[in-house]
Design a protein around this ligand. Structure first.
Ligand SMILES: [Zn+2]
Length: 410
C-alpha cells in the first residue's frame, strides 16, 4: 500500500499542473464579444461549448484560462463590457480535491465511489467475468494506438437478445462517464438475483458496453494532463490527438469540427481513423437491425441530446426521442432532484459533425441519446468522487426508463 502511495504521488508530481488557472463563465451579448472569445483560442481551453467556433451571442461559455493569461483576459472583458463570473477559482485546487483520499489499491473488493485507472478498470472487467461468468463476457476486440486493450462487455442472461449498446469514456477528461459504466455493470450483475426489475432487463436485452472507449486518452489524463480530451494518435503533425466524437461517419469534417490537429475538435485525417471509432463503427455496422438503442455517456451539462447534431434536421421518430427523454429525465430527477434538459443536438447543444450518436442513427439504431452527466459547471470535468454514487443512482433510473421502453417494442 505504501508503494502504491509513492507511485501515485510520483505520477502526480510529473503531471501538468493548473495552479491558479480559473474557469470563467462568459456571457457574450454582441458580435464583438463573440469575436473576442474566438481570439482566445490560442491560450484558452474551451469546456462548454467545446470549440470557440460554436460560441454564440446569448449563450454562456465556460472556458479555462491559464493563470498567466488571467489578468489580461479580465482586463479585456472589462474593456468590452462582457459579463463573466469565476466558475472554478483554482483548477489545480479543484483537481486535488476531486479525490476523497480514501483510495486503496484494487485487490478484489472494488470501490465504485472512487475514480479508477485504465489498468484497474481492465482487471475489474475480467474479475467481474470470473464472478458472474453466466451473465458477463469480456472481450478485447481492438488495440488502441498505444497498444492498450479496448474492452467490450456483453452482459445479460443471453448473448443473443436485442442489443442495448452503451459506451463511456469517449472523451478522456470526462471521468464521471467511465465511473458510471462501472457502477452500472456492477448493479446489473450484483442485483440480478434480487431485483425483479434488473432481472427483467437482463433477461430481455443483451447489454453491450464499452466501459472505457478512449483508453489512451484516459491513461494520459492520469499520467500527464487531467484536462486532455482527445485520443493520443499522431499523424506527423505538431499536435497530438483526434477528437473521437468528430471522427465518425456522420457529415464528417462538417460544422463544429476542425481541420486543425491542434484543435480540441480536430476531426482526424480520415473517417474513423481512430482505433476506438473503428471498433465502435464496426460493431454498429455488423449488428444492423439488432441494436435497439444506443446511449453514449459524456459530461458535463445534464442534457439528453438526440440526433441530429451534424445538421439542422430531425430524426424520423423525433416524438419518440423527445417523449422518452422527458420520461427518463423525470425518473432521474426523482432520485436526487437533478434537472436534465433534452432536445435534438442542433438545438439543445450546438452543431457538431462526426459524432457517434448521429452515425449510429444513420446506420440503423432506432433510439439514440448522448447523455451529458453531472454537473452544470460548478466542477465541470473535475467532478468530485463524492458525486459518483449519487450520479450512478439517478442514472440507473434514467437508463431503466429507456430500456423498459425498448422492451415494450420487442
Ligand atoms: Zn464528451
Amino acid at each position: 500500500m505504501k508503494l502504491f502511495l509513492v507511485f501515485t504521488l510520483a505520477t502526480l508530481a510529473f503531471a501538468k499542473r493548473f495552479d491558479g488557472d480559473q474557469v470563467l463563465t462568459l456571457h457574450p451579448t454582441s458580435s464583438e464579444h463573440v469575436i473576442t472569445i474566438n481570439e482566445m483560442e490560442e491560450f484558452a481551453d474551451f469546456w462548454r461549448p467545446d470549440s470557440p467556433s460554436l460560441v454564440r451571442e446569448g449563450s454562456p461559455v465556460d472556458v479555462r484560462i491559464p493563470r498567466e493569461y488571467l489578468f489580461k483576459t479580465k482586463r479585456v472583458l472589462a474593456a468590452i463590457n462582457m459579463d463573466f463570473e469565476v466558475k472554478v477559482n483554482d483548477v489545480q485546487d479543484t483537481i486535488d480535491h476531486q479525490f476523497t483520499g480514501t483510495k486503496t489499491p484494487y485487490a478484489g473488493a472494488y470501490d465504485y465511489d472512487v475514480y479508477h485507472t485504465d489498468v484497474e478498470i481492465e482487471s475489474w472487467a475480467f474479475d467481474m467475468q470470473s464472478q458472474y461468468s453466466s451473465l458477463l463476457k469480456v472481450e478485447t476486440p481492438t488495440k488502441s494506438e498505444e497498444n492498450r486493450n479496448i474492452v467490450r462487455l456483453t452482459m445479460g442472461s443471453s448473448q443473443n437478445n436485442p442489443i442495448f449498446l452503451i459506451d463511456c469514456g469517449i472523451h478522456a477528461r470526462e471521468w464521471i462517464s467511465p465511473a458510471f459504466c462501472q457502477c452500472f455493470v456492477n448493479r446489473m450483475l450484483s442485483q440480478y438475483n434480487t431485483d425483479a426489475n434488473v432481472r427483467s432487463m437482463m433477461d430481455a436485452l443483451t447489454f453491450v458496453i464499452y466501459p472505457l472507449l478512449n483508453v489512451d486518452g484516459y491513461a494520459y489524463t492520469w499520467s500527464d494532463d487531467r484536462m486532455w480530451r482527445k485520443t493520443r494518435s499522431n499523424y506527423g503533425t505538431v499536435c497530438t490527438g483526434v477528437d473521437p466524437n468528430r471522427n465518425f461517419d456522420a457529415e464528417w469534417s462538417g460544422p463544429g469540427s476542425s481541420s486543425n490537429p491542434c484543435s480540441d475538435t480536430y476531426y482526424g485525417p480520415e473517417v474513423a481513423s481512430e482505433q476506438l471509432s473503428k471498433e465502435l463503427s464496426n460493431f454498429v455496422l455488423s449488428h444492423t437491425g439488432e441494436i435497439q438503442a444506443y446511449l453514449t455517456f459524456h459530461s458535463y451539462g445534464q442534457v439528453y441530446i438526440y440526433p441530429y447534431s451534424d445538421a439542422v434536421k430531425d430524426v424520423d421518430n423525433k416524438q419518440e426521442h423527445n417523449d422518452i427523454a422527458i420520461a427518463s429525465a423525470a425518473a432521474l430527477e426523482a432520485v436526487h432532484r437533478k434537472q436534465y434538459t433534452y432536445g435534438p443536438g442542433y438545438q439543445s447543444m450546438y452543431l457538431a459533425a462526426g459524432g457517434s450518436d448521429d452515425f449510429s442513427k444513420d446506420f440503423g439504431v432506432p433510439l439514440v441519446y448522448t447523455i451529458e452527466l453531472r454537473d452544470t459547471g460548478r466542477y465541470g470535468f473535475i467532478l468530485p468522487e463524492s458525486q459518483i454514487a449519487p450520479s450512478c443512482e439517478e442514472t440507473y433510473a434514467a437508463v431503466d426508463v429507456i430500456a423498459q421502453h425498448v422492451m415494450t417494442k420487442l
